[in-house]
Design a protein. Structure first.
Length: 117
C-alpha cells in the first residue's frame, strides 16, 4: 500500500486538491487522502451512481462508457476517474482551482493507479 499512498499524495499535491478517495464500484471506501471535515464514506457511497449515470449517458449517445467525469459544484469540483471495472477514484477540489493538469495526469496514470489498488 505504500506505493498507492505515494501515488495519491502526488495527486493531492496538485493545487486546489482537498481530498483524494479510492473506492470500489460498490461505494465502499478503500482509502482517503485529505484533510478533516469530509465524510469520506458517504461521499464514496455517492460516486458509483455518478459514474454509472455518466456511462449510461455515453452509451445512449453512442459514445461508450465514461472514463472521467467532471462535476462542477457550487463551491468546488469533483473529478471521478474509472480506474478499472472494480475501482474508482474521486478527487475533490476547491472551486477556484484549475484542474487541466490533474486531468492529464489521471489520464496518463490510470493503468498505473489501478495496478496499485
Amino acid at each position: 500500500m505504500p506505493q498507492l499512498e505515494t501515488a495519491l499524495a502526488s495527486l493531492a499535491a496538485h493545487p486546489g486538491v482537498e481530498h483524494v478517495l479510492v473506492l470500489g464500484r460498490d461505494g465502499l471506501l478503500i482509502t482517503h487522502t485529505g484533510g478533516p471535515g469530509l465524510d469520506a464514506e458517504t461521499v464514496s457511497a455517492m460516486v458509483p451512481g455518478i459514474a454509472g449515470a455518466a456511462s449510461a449517458l455515453g452509451r445512449a449517445a453512442g459514445q461508450g462508457d465514461a472514463s472521467t467525469i467532471v462535476v462542477r459544484l457550487d463551491d468546488g469540483v469533483a473529478l471521478v476517474s474509472v480506474l478499472s471495472a472494480e475501482v474508482l477514484l474521486a478527487v475533490l477540489l476547491r472551486g477556484d482551482a484549475g484542474f487541466a493538469p490533474l486531468l492529464r495526469e489521471l489520464s496518463q496514470r490510470r493503468g498505473e493507479l489501478a495496478g496499485l489498488v
